[in-house]
Design a protein around this ligand. Structure first.
Ligand code: HEC
Length: 161
């Protein structure tokens, strides 16, 4: 008879791996980071709904790529800043990285994009399962998994409100 079921051995091993790679602080770890350069991102469009105002931001390089019909470069962030009554309520972030899609099963995958929900203090919302983000954005596979892709070509430096 084995003294310990195999699971008892695997769980501590997983915890060690998580600690080594710094994942222990997040509920649904993935590679999406809060963009350090958020102040330098370009606000290319706005969506308003009742008391909600959403500012969409990305890099000048991503905007140029879309305009030129090129793939959006790895390392790009897209940010949806969700304001409620003028205050930041949450940040929705998508980030693209080489090979990142391979970390998900095919039925969940959104190209090489990963998703995360950050609170106003820029910490991760521990309650969110980002599979939900992916399942909705999967429908936009023809436009880099973005809903506001079509607004980018018309962006001339003046934000579309
Ligand atoms: C039910 C569908 C749905 C879900 C779930 C969803 N989104 Fe979106 N997302 C949208 C729509 C629609 C837009 C366009 C803006 C709008 O209409 O509010 C959008 C816009 C965005 C944008 C701006 C870029 C773009 O695609 O236009 C980001 C970034 C984003 N979502 C991230 C997230 C993250 C992160 C999550 C999960 C925490 C998430 N989304 C969950 C539908 C969804």
């Amino acid at each position: 008879m084995k003294p310990f079921p195999i699971r008892t051995m695997l769980l501590p091993a997983a915890a060690v791996v998580a600690t080594l790679i710094g994942w222990q602080a997040v509920a649904e770890p993935n590679r999406t980071t809060f963009p350090e350069n958020i102040d330098q991102l370009v606000h290319y469009t706005t969506v308003k709904r009742g008391n909600v105002t959403e500012h969409m931001l990305t890099t000048p390089e991503a905007i140029a790529a879309v305009k030129n019909g090129q793939p959006i470069p790895n390392g790009t962030h897209f940010v949806l800043v969700d304001y409620r009554d003028g205050e930041v309520f949450r940040y929705f972030v998508m980030e693209k990285g080489e090979g990142w899609g391979a970390e998900y099963p095919e039925d969940r995958r959104t190209g090489d994009w990963q998703f995360q929900w950050f609170k106003p203090d820029r910490s991760i919302n521990m309650a969110e399962n980002t599979a939900r983000c992916q399942s909705c954005h999967q429908g936009r596979s023809d436009s880099e998994f973005l809903f506001t892709y079509d607004r980018i070509p018309g962006f001339d430096g003046t934000m579309i409100d």
